[in-house]
Design a protein around this ligand. Structure first.
Ligand code: LIP
Length: 274
């Protein structure tokens, strides 16, 4: 019911606040860094501590809800079980590489799905005190101010956000460089902020026109995808087909025309499913 949704949203905001405080407290301190799937896939104590706390608080309030978290999932190495149940999908620290290197583009990302559809998206960038929020059908907001994505239709007038990502497989890196080459050649410029959740929120806020990435995970982009859509952007699979949250790739464009143009120029990498 609407009441339950309000309670879920209130908890989501509270979790963002608490996670943000933990990230702020740890930001200038020395970090204990470990690696996961590749030498450039990083995790810190803060990622783990934030996820642990958030998981406990969700369980306490909504014991029947499901939970998918970046660190819990990487620990077990299992595939995600994504069901119709209300599911909290969180990335405790999105942009861990930035966090480790004291670059402030670090976000806490939280999405809630019901029947596999995102109904709540919260992305908080504590070092900038920017809180991006969205609820299905109710618009997207930055610190309470309503957002609307740009109207850019032409790649030649666009800024495109892209990332190098954490895979060090030479074939994957080559394909990504090819894509960066096409976008640099045909646009106003390419940017990489280092956090998928932040990148999508930036498109929602009109800070750039499109974002594409292969190799991210559901927790990196599900909240940002709702925020971008609620701001009027189009979020699809990079080929242009319907977005699959478990397929590790996404294209977000401020207009459908721009999305089509970008899609046709890309080498489409398949980096599997969560
Ligand atoms: C990060 C993503 C980013 C990608 C990085 C990494 P993490 O997530 O948000 O877009 O380029 O390789 O996957 O690992 O910091 O939560």
């Amino acid at each position: 019911s609407e009441n339950d949704y309000q309670e879920m949203y209130d908890l989501a905001l509270d979790l963002a606040k608490q996670a943000g405080q933990m990230i702020k407290d740890a930001f200038d301190k020395e970090k204990l860094v470990d690696t996961k799937l590749s030498a450039a896939d990083l995790v810190t104590e803060t990622d783990q501590a934030v996820e642990k706390l958030v998981k406990i608080l969700i369980k306490a309030k909504f014991p029947n809800h499901k939970f998918i978290g970046e660190e819990s999932t990487s620990e077990t190495g299992e595939k995600c079980e994504f069901t119709n149940d209300p599911t909290w999908i969180i990335d405790p620290v999105d942009g861990t590489t930035n966090f480790v290197h004291s670059i402030p583009e670090v976000s806490f990302s939280l999405g809630v799905t019901v029947n596999k559809i995102p109904v709540i998206g919260v992305v908080y960038i504590p070092m900038k005190e920017e809180l991006f929020t969205a609820r299905q059908g109710q618009g997207a907001f930055l610190n309470g101010r309503k957002l609307s994505a740009n109207g850019t239709k032409d790649l030649s007038k666009s800024v495109v956000i892209m990332e190098g990502g954490s895979s060090r497989d030479p074939g994957i890196v080559d394909a990504k460089i090819k894509n960066i080459h096409s976008m640099v050649t045909n646009s106003h410029g390419v940017r990489a902020y280092g956090s998928a959740a932040l990148n999508l929120s930036y498109i929602a806020a009109g800070r750039g026109d499109a974002y594409v990435e292969y190799g991210i995970h559901v927790w990196d982009f599900i909240a940002g995808a709702l925020i971008a859509r609620e701001a009027g952007a189009v979020v699809t699979d990079p080929t242009g087909s319907e977005l699959d949250y478990m397929h590790r790739r996404v294209l977000c464009a401020c207009t459908a025309e721009l999305g089509k143009q970008i899609s046709s120029l890309l080498v489409h990498l398949d980096m599997g499913w969560d």
